[in-house]
Design a protein around this ligand. Structure first.
Ligand code: FES
Length: 462
């Protein structure tokens, strides 16, 4: 079994050079995942000159580790969004994600991207009829919001689900090939991509420009889009209003044919499935067992538990790949997309809560509207400056405080390296052989190099 995302292992990834010296450009995008590359392509197509800076390789962050579902079916969310934010805001979220799904399809058609985009229904189900009322309410609200949702139990799974919702005309794709295709379409349109170029600073230069720093190299632009999963450093204060979670994935070959549907359980722990067409009709992707980053859990056991579920549920012949990926959720379940308060030349998008292929594409559409000074009908739902659910913000702050207390203890006993973002104590993750930060999710290699932010500087392990 290969310990690598199936999408990255099986995509033909063209290399791009690192940034050198100084560059002046209209728009600089930080991060070459779904949000960054889609924004870059759309803005370049509209006539702007755009450069993308990527710390590692195209797609090497969370998009490369996605389940690869392109769907507005996000577990149980719509009834909750209506309850928390009202019908209009929930409808904006629903419409943005349906539009994100359709835009992925049109980008694939326009640019002839070969990424296995396949329409399929997406189900959310429970194995307990105790959730019947909640699931019925979700189906009713989702349909009222205009989504293609209805109660339907034909999940295609090899067991009966007493309650389930079906979303029609959703899709799945090969995330690595989609990103590679987006990158090629962008460079074919005249855009520039620089890999191995970790941004360490984004500074406003008066009222007219932004300077982005990469280890002594500088890009000056009119606007900067920070699309780094969680904005790096302190940008937008998003780190204080989001929580990171890690999920695990397997690419599996079954002895018989795999379900052609996409499914996710509303129960805990979460199990999500979709077909894996590269392996033929017997291929299946299984994702789940998420937990808070840096939590005191045996990360190796998460793979084992996921495998046990796969083997107990299906006739598994072989497991070819395993991997894990990280994502952030906001305290009020809506992503942050738009201009950073008091920094109108800096734009961000984060908090997709594991639904980044549609949320990230929708975010890119909104960011492109902002870059072109156009109105976007969905943006009011994604306001970066909102405080959100005050109770949840306080809970997040308390959790961070607890992590900080642990950090002080660790520091006094000298028992752990400390994160270069805001100094929390790191936890060793044996499954991924990385140092993980429980506060805001930064991760570092065993040698201390940054894997993912918001930290931008390596550990001091001396
Ligand atoms: Fe913020 Fe580590 S990620 S302190």
């Amino acid at each position: 079994m290969q310990h690598e995302s199936v999408w990255l292992a099986t995509a033909d990834r063209r290399a791009h050079p690192p940034i050198e010296g100084r560059l002046a450009i209209d728009i600089v995008v930080v991060g070459a995942g779904i949000t960054g590359l889609t924004t870059a392509l759309l803005a370049q197509q509209e006539g702007a000159h755009v450069a993308v800076l990527e710390a590692r390789r195209v797609g090497s962050g969370t998009t490369g580790g996605t389940t690869g579902k392109v769907t507005s079916q996000h577990g149980l969310i719509y009834a909750d969004l209506v309850g928390r934010h009202g019908f209009d805001t929930a409808r904006r979220y629903a419409q943005a994600n349906e539009a994100g799904l359709e835009r992925v399809g049109t980008l694939i058609d326009e640019h002839g991207l070969d990424c296995g985009f396949t329409r399929a229904p997406a189900f959310v189900y429970s194995r307990s009829d105790e959730m019947a009322h909640e699931i019925a309410a979700e189906a009713q609200q989702a349909a009222a919001l205009g989504l293609p949702a209805r109660l339907n139990r034909d999940t295609g799974l090899p067991f009966d689900a007493p309650v389930a919702i079906r979303f029609d005309e959703q899709a799945h794709l090969h995330a690595g090939r989609y990103l590679t295709g987006l990158a090629k379409a962008f460079t074919d349109a005249g855009g520039q991509i620089f890999e191995g170029s970790r941004v360490t600073g984004v500074d406003d230069i008066g009222d007219s420009a932004v300077e982005v720093t990469v280890e002594g190299h500088v890009v000056r632009a009119e606007r900067c889009v920070v699309a780094t999963l969680l904005p790096i450093g302190l940008i937008g204060g998003c780190f204080a209003r989001t929580t990171p979670a890690r999920s695990y994935g397997l690419a599996v070959r079954l002895q018989g044919e795999a379900p052609t549907t996409m499914t996710i359980t509303a129960d805990s722990p979460t199990y999500s499935t979709r077909p894996w067409p590269d392996a033929g009709p017997n291929g299946l992707i299984v994702v789940g067992h998420g937990h808070a980053v840096g939590a005191d859990v045996d990360t190796t056991e998460q793979y084992s538990a996921l495998e046990r579920w796969a083997r107990a549920t299906f006739d598994v012949e072989a497991i070819d790949y395993r991997w894990s990926a990280q994502d952030y959720a906001t305290t009020d379940r809506l992503p942050y997309v738009g201009r950073v308060p008091l920094r109108p030349r800096v734009l961000v998008a984060t908090g997709f809560a594991k639904w980044g292929l549609t949320n990230g594409t929708a975010a890119a559409m909104m960011l492109t509207d902002l870059l072109a000074e156009r109105e976007s009908p969905w943006l009011p739902a994604f306001d970066v400056g909102r405080i959100g659910d005050v109770g949840s913000v306080i809970e997040t702050a308390k959790a961070n405080l607890g992590n900080t207390v642990d950090f002080v203890k660790d520091r006094l006993t000298g028992s752990t390296p400390t994160c270069t973002h805001l100094g929390c104590g790191l936890h060793w993750n044996p499954a991924e052989t990385s140092w993980d930060c429980p506060c805001h999710g930064s991760r570092f290699t065993e040698q201390g190099e940054v894997i993912e932010g918001p930290a931008v500087r390596p550990l001091d392990l001396s």
